[in-house]
Design a protein around this ligand. Sequence first.
Ligand SMILES: C[S@@+](CC[C@H](N)C(=O)[O-])C[C@H]1O[C@@H](n2cnc3c(N)ncnc32)[C@H](O)[C@@H]1O
Length: 277
Amino acid sequence: MSAAESFLIRFHRAHPGCTSQAYAQGRIDGGGSSYDVLADCVPDDLPEEARVLDLGCGDGHLLELLVRRGWRASQLLGVDLSAQELGLARDRAALHGARLMHGRAQELDLPDASVHAVLSHLAFMLMDQPERVLAQVTRVLAPGGVFATVVGGGPKVGDAFELFIDLLLPIVRRVGAPLPRLGDRRCRTEQGLNELLGPAAGFVGLPRIQDFAVDLGGPFEAVWLNLSTMYDLYELPADALEELRTAFAAATRGLGPEPDRVPCSMFVRCARAVRQD
Ligand SMILES: C[S@@+](CC[C@H](N)C(=O)[O-])C[C@H]1O[C@@H](n2cnc3c(N)ncnc32)[C@H](O)[C@@H]1O
């Protein structure tokens, strides 16, 4: 197991469910969450017994969304490195009957051509050896099956998330807290996703890539809670965290038109690729 994977396991043991706490409420232009963006990538015309796999399924929010859209739990599979995240997924009544596996996306314990869609929300970009992950994805996907992933983009210029990053970096440098190095940069850029999800990897043509701004704004405490459970803050000492909170509260006071709402958005990128027949 790599240092990055050990970090992810420690982090998610401490903060299980933190991603869906932040992003389930987030809204893209036109409504819906970034989880809905992925659920919309699953074709409507799949066979009755089709199966969908969520890579890095976390606490199972996306899988439960699929149940609400009419999928049976028995058609759904999830894999995650974190036992604590999986525990939350297994606690969801809607997912009783789903196959929730503790393991690595690089080593899927599934037969060839056994699923019709593989989804991954804010997880593929964290994974080591993306080529190895994709070799597993194309192996388990049936011909014509879909891989779709939502990966993180940057902050929106001029709102709270950008201010937060600007305040965080000098504090991190000053106290010498290590920033985790997670995943492969290519998974976040358009060029990198075109390289990774192209014909050489077993997909048809180039992926369809779309960017969305997710509105994560709200009362200061809610915005702080979401941002302060970012991976980059995990190794920050308590006094440095408090310093960041104070500076962030001052910087966001009066930001945006509504007095009790801090405007905070993050870009995400959705890439959708189709496996060759
Ligand atoms: C940011 S969280 C997203 C969780 C969930 N997809 C969501 O959006 O609510 C990333 C998840 O990916 C999992 N993960 C990261 N690398 C993984 C790997 N190589 N194999 C399986 N799971 C992985 C982590 O354990 C974590 O639960």
